[in-house]
Design a protein. Structure first.
Length: 373
């Protein structure tokens, strides 16, 4: 019995060092800020990493072990890493103050509201009924659908009677984009910022009150071996748009499947450069991917907006057969509170501007190279 106990204890220690070691490595790698996909992938599962660190720390504290300097260092490292990872997630919990204030306008003041559904449909998903059901039930002002090919265009065209203002780029490469609006669009266009096969939407939507809102919808490639071996082009596309937005004087919205999490260094850099707000801060993670795996989820689909807006409603919608959940947001145009919400923003410094320039240069250089993905 003692031999079995000793063997079990040895195995438990090996498992502890294995799980804890992987969690520590996944904490340290993103700090390097390298663009390799296997490093940037560690940005995504921070919640899962916190769980691994917490479990490892608890086991390390209760598991019988001989006192040693190595074990003490390991326990301290687990605790420090756990606190660090939790601090990155904490702003996206209800425990943090809200970056975007609640709307003060009446919910039925349609002249001063703008609602959007953002949906990554999964191109190979051949069930459009559930997304159409959400559109019918919520009646958003704008519908953004990504990963859309010609089949998806044929299915969603049926809403064009209610959404007559459109801009489409259906593609068979999982990066197609469809935009439908019940409100007038000004100068809508699909641009190909870095890749000739990755469209993004840029234009203005005109609210019933006559205010034109700058809109930028994106869906860059993720850092993944089958997509892009680095995050350079994804980061550059987001930051190019961030620099453009910095020159906007009016209300602005950026939305889409950004293939990045809100707590990543690049996303935070983008928000400082663009001076956009994240309505998730202080309200919850709203993880949108992966829809089929409850323990492996993180927020990839986003809506960022300028401080001209307050939040009326933010909701993750029910499953539509995709690997992403759609999100619905309803914003209240309240420019009177603009300066108050500006106080919630962290200003970009000279170092941020230099880093943005470097990241854009790196992404442009990679885009100029022959595609080896």
């Amino acid at each position: 019995m003692s031999d079995f106990y000793a063997l079990s204890l040895t195995v438990a220690h090996w498992v502890l060092w294995g799980v804890g070691g992987v969690a520590l490595l996944a904490t340290l790698l993103p700090i390097l800020r390298q663009t390799a996909w296997w490093i940037r992938a560690c940005d995504f599962p921070r919640l899962q990493i916190v769980a691994g660190l917490t479990l490892s720390l608890l086991v390390a504290l209760v598991l019988p072990t001989a006192s040693s300097l190595g074990h003490t260092i390991f326990v301290v490292a687990l605790a420090v890493a756990m606190v660090y990872q939790a601090s990155r997630i904490w702003p996206y919990t209800p425990l943090h103050s809200r970056q975007v204030a609640d709307a003060s306008r009446s919910a039925d003041d349609n002249d001063n509201h703008l609602s959007i559904i953002v949906a990554n449909v999964l191109m190979y998903n051949r069930d459009a009924s559930r997304l159409l059901g959400h559109i019918n039930n919520l009646q958003p002002d704008v519908v953004l659908a990504v990963e859309t090919d010609d089949w998806w265009l044929s299915q969603l065209e049926r809403i064009e009677e209610q959404y007559p203002y459109t801009c489409h780029a259906p593609l068979p490469n999982t990066y197609g984009m469809l935009v439908f609006s019940r409100l007038p669009l000004q100068e809508p266009q699909m641009r190909y910022i870095l890749d000739s096969d990755i469209p993004s939407f840029h234009g203005c939507v005109v609210l019933p009150n006559g205010v034109a809102v700058n809109m930028h919808f994106l869906h860059p490639k993720p850092p993944a071996p089958q997509e892009s071996k680095t995050s350079a082009k994804r980061d550059a596309e987001l930051l190019v748009v961030g620099k453009v937005i910095r020159g906007h004087e009016g209300p602005t919205i950026v939305a889409g499947d950004l293939n990045d999490v809100a707590w990543s260094h690049t996303s935070e850099l983008f928000r400082r450069i663009s001076r956009l707000l994240d309505p998730r801060i202080g309200r919850g993670l709203l993880p949108t991917f992966h829809a089929d795996h409850k323990l492996l989820r993180w927020p990839l689909d986003h809506v960022f907006h300028s401080s001209h807006f307050r939040l009326q409603q933010l909701e993750r919608l029910a499953h539509i057969g995709s690997d992403h959940f759609p999100i619905y947001i309803r914003l209240s145009y309240e420019p009177g509170g603009w300066h108050e919400q500006e106080k919630e923003l962290e200003a970009a410094d000279q170092g941020d501007h230099e880093e943005v320039a470097e990241k854009i240069e790196e992404g442009v250089a990679e885009a100029a190279q022959p595609d080896e993905d």
